[in-house]
Design a protein around this ligand. Sequence first.
Ligand SMILES: Nc1ncnc2c1ncn2[C@@H]1O[C@H](COP(=O)(O)OP(=O)(O)OP(=O)(O)O)[C@@H](O)[C@H]1O
Length: 351
Amino acid sequence: MELDVHVQKKIGDFHLDCTFSLSASRAGVFGPSGSGKSTLMHLLAGLATADNGHIRLDDQILFDSSRKINKRPEERRIGVVFQHAHLFPHMSVRQNLLYGYSRTARKERKIEPEGLFKVLGVDVLKDRDVTTLSGGERQRVALARTLLTCPRLILMDEPLSGLDEERKFQIIPYLERVFGEYSIPLIFISHSLLEMRMMTEELLVMEQGSITRQLETESFARTTWDTGRKGYINLISLGLSQRHHDLFSYNWGDNCLILTEPGEAPENLFELDAREIILFKRHPEATSARNLLQCKVLQVYMSGNRARVELETGGKSLIAQIVPESVRELGIEKGSEVVAAIKASAFSRIF
Ligand SMILES: Nc1ncnc2c1ncn2[C@@H]1O[C@H](COP(=O)(O)OP(=O)(O)OP(=O)(O)O)[C@@H](O)[C@H]1O
């Protein structure tokens, strides 16, 4: 996907003025409340019209104020999924699912409905009444309905924020599978950096109506310090586990990790707060921590009285958050070797 955007719009006292080009297949728009994320999405989808500028998606001009081009939303073929799934209450789940599909030109229909329903786990919901669906189920139905119109681009405006933590993390693997399988480009809006990291590769950072930065999602996460009560979260994807006495062992790159929780699915995602990792200069003689990993320091990021140490271990990367005093005492710098100690109980399952 090649998206080229320059749009200006005034709404009351708010001025939106955004210029960017995107080619990442999974991008995010991240910014504080009121910075203009939803307004930008509306302009891209054609649900609102910019005062000035242009929007080009691949080789099609969607909007150009100087040439008086303004394609209607249905001509743009951009799918939109909002925070609250807008399903038609008078239609069954099946009718909702097939609504857009039946209106999509045959030559555009590239996704086979039954296959998609299985990937999104909505095949079992088809005969249900829309009013009986949970929030997560509604979102999956809304996403399937949008995907079946085979959009050239999907915009998701806080699709998970109406869901509780558990349901949110139930739906993310479905989303990952869908976007992997059907290669539809995605622009995702969320206030959650964790969601962004799971769903996107590149971020547009939006502040007061403008895009102020464009960078890799992980680069942004590594250097963003205000992440609420938690520190930087390492996302650790692990496969099936094997029993290891009372604990569970996993292959992780060239290392083996010992956790308190089993991994019964082929893919298990765990979070590990960077502050839970203790660094040693040399291999400690004895420790209660079940994981001791030989690491190479790739980078050190400092902010006030906190330091993040980016590590490479067994072909995987890991971030430990320590204090600058420890950085100095241990002589930690780019290229130095350290041992990271992690308790088996420090890993918490996301899904
Ligand atoms: N119809 C409107 N009339 C007046 N002001 C509006 C209107 N729509 C949006 N705004 C203002 O435009 C600004 C941007 O709103 P927008 O909804 O795009 O922000 P956002 O980044 O999506 O916020 P949030 O994260 O809270 O959803 C806000 O200051 C909002 O109050």
